[in-house]
Design a protein around this ligand. Structure first.
Ligand code: GCU
Length: 614
């Protein structure tokens, strides 16, 4: 076990007595020196946001020599040239152009719009060390492969573009002036997760917040607090204290409920939490009640905001707080409204999820990768149930064990970072993967891993359907590994006409809840014409008018998340004057124009024609 890697994790919940000592943290070889922190955004932080100096380095000559050996100490590490140096220094961050962090580089500089490759970032900052205080560099996300140095010393490396990680810098940071250098490479490779083809723009860079977090010598790195299934009043979970002595006391308090519980850590630093509370108001879309929860261990403390609810299935029903629920949803990409580029801010989240609420949604499918904590906090606040997805998208190298390790690592990071969001009810393992034995084995492994890490939520994936004449058949063997089946279909767009839905039968070979996780059509906002004229708003609306009654006839239908809320950039969409590198299946354009189909779906969601369950 690699010492500065995140050690074994355990979870002991009374509801699910399941030691997961055996589930060692998965790390791709290309992820080193990183730690997953739950609730990092609830800790006091020194932000490193703003302008960073940048060097575009297409040949990665800042890291690899002319014989392609990795330079142990790299080159672009902010060395200040001195007169008389026996070697030339061929870069100077002080004179280098700037890039904003957080932010993708593609929408910040015309010349970087299509750029895929390495970019170097440098930021000077001052810091005053404190007694008994450890410092971590927190990175909300860096797409795709990133390396970090502080004061010229390498502190970590990370692969994966959509999950947060933290790197300890206590031993390399000092009083006064310091600097951090990052290399971020968004080159697409076969054995990446996701792999070469995606229907979204490969926005590169330090795409989410970067900051310095301070914690005491031993501190709470992860915790899980949830409402025990089958109860309305039992809080269960665990708290893990890193580098603390076993037998330490952990306290969890919910002041508003006058509830407090303490527990003792075991040899692994984990304390099992189980206590009853009175007067708990359960979280739901109708009343998204969040409680301030204080966690304390030694000199460390975290103030969290948590909603308590249960979710489970019963036959082909989805039960939220024990009651059947129908998921009136929409799919959402992390594309920033109006300015476009990778979404990251509270404002981006409020705008996107505000539109979903306008639509009459109680559910959003956050596609196809883990979204920012800002989005999940907003979903908790606004009362939107969430489908969160690991970027196992289309045709990965499913027979490559290194690729499995990368997918496991990203899944671990997703779950351990976001496990306390009441809004998240689904961990989605994949989207539209080919029906091969290697694929099924690969995702089976991920699904059981996810269940081992978190037994309080439902496991799903978006499957492809096959057709036999007018009958759509849902029998992908992967369905066996799932609690809830997601299916994508594009009747009326990639196949047939809007009316084709009228005569379509569905043959669902699983007695499980079904969610139609994608359907829709492209339309250019403001382009009008006949309802059978592709690319017009009328055509898109017509597709929805025929889809909804068809789907409503499916007995197992328990939800839907049409594709999708807002137009988003994709390199696969070059149609001039209509797509212009945007996928135009949004119900709203990237500039906020609501299309005719938005109102078709809104009416169906608001007048209850869709989803009579709740
Ligand atoms: C696919 C895929 C999406 C894609 C959509 C489309 O189903 O899951 O990522 O954007 O179809 O073609 O518009």
């Amino acid at each position: 076990m690699r010492n500065f890697f995140q050690s074994l994790r355990t979870r002991v919940g009374v509801g699910m007595l399941m030691t997961v000592w055996s589930i060692a943290a998965a790390h791709a070889q290309t992820t080193q020196g990183t730690l997953v922190l739950t609730g990092a955004d609830r800790r006091p932080a020194t932000s490193l946001q703003g302008e960073w100096a940048s060097i575009v380095d297409p040949y990665f000559s800042g890291l690899f020599s002319f014989h392609h050996e990795e330079k142990k100490n790299g080159w672009f590490l902010n060395y200040k040239a001195k007169p008389g140096d026996p070697f030339p220094t061929e870069y100077d961050y002080a004179k280098a152009p700037k890039l904003k962090v957080p932010g993708d580089w593609n929408t910040q500089r015309e010349s970087l719009f299509f750029y895929e490759g390495p970019v170097w970032y440098e930021k000077d900052f001052s810091y005053q060390p404190k007694e008994h205080t450890r410092v971590f560099l927190h990175v909300g996300a860096a797409n795709y492969h990133s390396w970090f140095w502080v004061n010229g010393k390498k502190v970590c490396e990370h692969e994966g573009g959509f999950t947060a990680f933290n790197c300890e810098v206590t031993s390399v940071i000092h009083g006064g002036d310091n600097f951090v250098v990052a290399a971020v490479d968004n080159t697409r490779r076969e054995d990446n997760v996701p792999t070469l083809e995606t229907d979204w723009w490969n926005y590169g860079g330090l795409t989410r917040e970067v900051s310095l977090l301070e914690v005491p010598d031993s501190f709470i790195d992860q915790y899980d607090l949830h409402l025990e299934r089958g109860t309305g009043s039992t809080i269960a979970g665990w708290v893990h204290v890193r580098d603390g002595a076993s037998g330490a006391t952990v306290e969890v308090e919910i002041p508003e409920l006058g509830a407090r519980s303490s527990a003792i850590t075991d040899a692994e630093g984990r304390a099992a939490i189980l206590f009853d509370v009175k007067g708990l108001e359960r979280w739901s879309p109708e009343s998204p009640k969040l409680y301030k929860v204080e966690l304390r261990a030694g000199t460390d403390s975290i103030d969290e905001l948590i909603g308590f609810r249960t979710v489970e299935t019963r036959g082909n029903e989805i039960l939220l707080n024990g009651k059947p629920v129908f998921l009136r949803g929409v799919s959402v990409h992390a594309e920033a409204p109006y300015r476009t580029g990778r979404a990251y801010s509270d404002k981006d989240a409020e705008t996107l999820l505000g539109w979903a609420k306008d639509l009459g949604c109680n559910f959003v499918r956050l596609a196809h990768y883990p979204h920012a904590e800002t989005m999940l906090r907003a979903a908790d606040r606004l009362g939107l149930l969430v489908w969160s997805e690991n970027p196992v998208y289309w045709a990965l190298e499913f027979d490559n064990t290194k690729v499995l390790a990368k997918a496991e690592q990203q899944l671990d990071e997703e779950i351990d970072t976001s496990r306390n969001h009441a809004a998240i009810i689904f961990w989605s393992m994949a989207n539209e993967t080919p029906n091969t034995a290697a694929r099924t084995q690969f995702i089976d492994t991920l699904a059981s891993r996810a269940r081992g890490l978190d037994g309080t939520r439902l496991i799903t994936a978006a499957l492809l359907v096959r057709a036999d004449g007018n009958t759509k058949i849902v029998d992908d063997p992967l369905g066996k590994a799932l609690d809830v089946i997601g299916v994508n279909e594009y009747i009326g767009w990639y196949e047939g006409h809007p009316e084709s839905a009228d005569g379509t039968q569905w043959d669902i070979r699983y007695n499980k809840p079904l969610i139609v996780s994608e359907f829709g059509a492209d339309a250019k906002a403001g382009l009008h014409g006949g309802e059978n004229e592709r690319w017009t708003e009328e055509y898109q609306a017509n597709v929805f008018r025929h889809q909804l009654p068809m789907l409503n006839k499916i007995p197992q239908l328990r939800g839907m998340s049409p594709w999708l809320l807002m137009d988003f950039r994709s390199p696969n969409r070059p149609l001039p004057g209509i797509q212009d590198e945007f996928n135009r299946k949004g119900l709203i354009s990237d500039q906020g124009q609501k299309k005719a189909a938005f109102y078709v779906l809104q009416r169906a969601y608001k007048d209850g024609t869709i989803g009579k369950a709740d």
